[in-house]
Design a protein around this ligand. Sequence first.
Ligand code: ARG
Length: 564
Amino acid sequence: MLHVIKQYAKRITGEVDDALSYEDIEKLIEIPKHEKQGDLAFPCFVLAKKWRKPPQEIAKGLSEKLTDSLFSKIVAVGPYVNAFLHKETVVKYVLEQIIQNGKNYGSWSFGNGKNVVVDFSSPNIAKPFSMGHLRSTVIGNSLAHIAEKCGYKTIRINHLGDWGTQFGKLMVAYKLWGNEQQVKQNPIKELLALYVRFHAEAEKDARLEEEARMWFKKLEDGDEEAYQLWLWFREESLQEFTKIYDLLSVRFDSYHGEAFYNDKMNETVKKLIDLKLLEQSDGAQIVNLKEFNLPPCLIQKSDGATLYATRDLTAAIYRYHHYHFDKAFYVVGQEQSLHFQQVIHVLEKMNYPWAKNISHIPFGFILKDGKKMSTRKGKVVLLEKVIEEAIQLAQKNIEEKNPNLTMKEEVAKMVGVGAIIFHDLKHEKQNNIEFSLGDMLKFEGNTGPYVQYTHARACSILRKAGQLDLTKDLTGKIEEESWMIVKQLMLFPSVIEKSFQQHEPSEISKYLIQLSQDFNKYYAHIKILHNDHCLTTRLALVKATTIVLEEGLRLLGIQAPKQM
Ligand code: ARG
């Protein structure tokens, strides 16, 4: 739609004698609710004010002057100037655009190569990868792809939770009940078992908590044994996480986590002191945020230990100096909203002008039977298991439906993983999701595999048609039923822009479902390969659909097999 809106805006700009700018006109253009009234509408109220004339009169005058090959007629409807698209010209124009641009169709340049830092996934080490971290991983990964599509450069940061009291607990548990061989064979599972056992036993014996605090203190003070254990737990956990990232095709530019800032926080504290922002409160050091109606931000505990917020302040400063970001995104659950508000306000009080370019991008919980899942009690679903199960199910489906398919394993991986990612990204990110393996593994209805299947079906039509130069004989002549698809294809660039502005990958997933439904409806009614004068245009439509489906899926982090 974007291209034809631009064209319409250009034509109107030429007729209004600088009364309104091109940009203003573009913003005013609407899409009428009923197709019968036209495809685009320009309201004349603003012009009426400027020219002190009734809008109806202006609409009538404009409608008589405007002509363009993209429009079959332009008429005044009350105070509006409505344009009807000349379908044949538009079809030809849109399909040519898509086929010529290929995967670059829908790309924007407003990012101007500036840097966007995306902090996402960021799991806590020595704990299993939770469903909440899966959400952060797939939303963050998709937002990074979308930002790149809009012309930004992205830096993907995994702010690992690799420091904190949980390591003290793990060390105590490991020394009491652990076994090196078992941890090596199955790190996440063993470490989780130790973590869960620690909490169970600590309920009976309070001394364990004290012991854990002592071990963490040792670690902070640089004790060699504690440090070696920490290094080992971190290494083993990271290897396990990497397996999951590989399965999901997610990569990072940096794994600098909480521990990375250990030796950098003093400077932050010093800056806060120099700026006279630190206050004593019950022995702790805080930054007062009363003027924002927020509780104070805790910087240092009475025993000198620093806090999560201190690390994030330090990390933000480090990132700015390293990457000169134009925007910084933190894709972290909504339960941390207060934390990020505090961090951003403290940075503002430190006079960093870039603090306003930081956004916390929150998302809802994954609930089980309406409740949050807790690691402490071991009530977690292991992500790796879920992914494996999805892939197996996809494999079974392929065996039943397409036993001769080549590269079955690769395709099963794309489909299984696609199902899981799409299941998350089809929900608006703020909504809570009830965890259901059954739903995640569904391949019919509004699912990733449904979109993938539509894409593969379109690819197979093109294979059957053989080699053709689609843009050469493209006339734009095509049956009425294709119009829904063409209109949908035209919307793709604006859907991408909206998903970027709103940090909302679900704009794209919903769009892909709609496009798939339109295409499948068309496919059910029309013999695409029928050899008549519309054939080339029909095939160009199929080709354009494959391009947009594949690119849309890619922006979500999902691959599109050509056969399945
Ligand atoms: N590790 C944290 C958690 O699991 C998330 C870290 C998010 N990123 C950040 N810079 N605070 O809760």
